[in-house]
Ligand binder design. Structure first.
Ligand code: MG
Length: 168
């Protein structure tokens, strides 16, 4: 059985992961509206990944005898200045999520909840990848100045992204 404190904090994180899905969908919608379907596809896949994160926490909480309580999902921004602006915001958002995961881990350590710590280890590693992939693409975009042929090449490359959730 999980503590009430951790139950509350994991429910909070489920909401943040679902907000992440929403945010990346809003970014995809902006990119689709600007005919950058490869970039849009990248964010749709990223959104799928966020939903998977939410469900990973959902399943864990249920298995530990916690109660899943879904709250309202915050409305994401729909207006962006440019593709570079989107990646700057996505990178910043992932840094924020890393902080949330670290806070959750601090709580699990404080409560000496080994099962939650073990589950969160996966998220700690995942956040290293999430930040790295957003930063990498942001730097590439800056190299090409966010326009021209480089953009078309990157759009084509990102259109091939796939997402296969691992077996539980
Ligand atoms: Mg996530």
């Amino acid at each position: 059985m999980i503590s009430k404190n951790l139950e509350k904090a994991i429910n909070e994180q489920i909401n943040k992961e679902l907000y992440s899905e929403y945010l990346y969908m809003a970014m995809a919608a902006y990119l689709d509206a600007n005919d950058l379907d490869g970039f849009a596809h990248f964010f749709k896949m990223q959104g799928d990944e966020e939903r998977f994160h939410a469900m990973k926490l959902y399943n864990f909480l249920d298995e530990r005898g916690g109660r899943i309580i879904l709250k309202a999902i915050e409305k994401p921004d729909h207006e962006f200045d440019s593709v570079i602006d989107i990646f700057e915001k996505a990178y910043k958002h992932e840094q924020y999520v890393t902080k949330l995961i670290n806070n959750l881990m601090d709580l699990a350590i404080k409560e000496n909840d080994h099962a939650t710590k073990s589950m969160l280890d996966w998220f700690v590693d995942e956040q290293v990848e999430e930040e790295a992939s957003m930063e990498h693409l942001l730097n590439k975009l800056k190299m090409i100045g966010g326009k021209g042929n480089g953009m078309l090449m990157l759009d084509k490359e990102l259109g091939t992204r796939t997402f296969t959730p691992e077996e539980e």
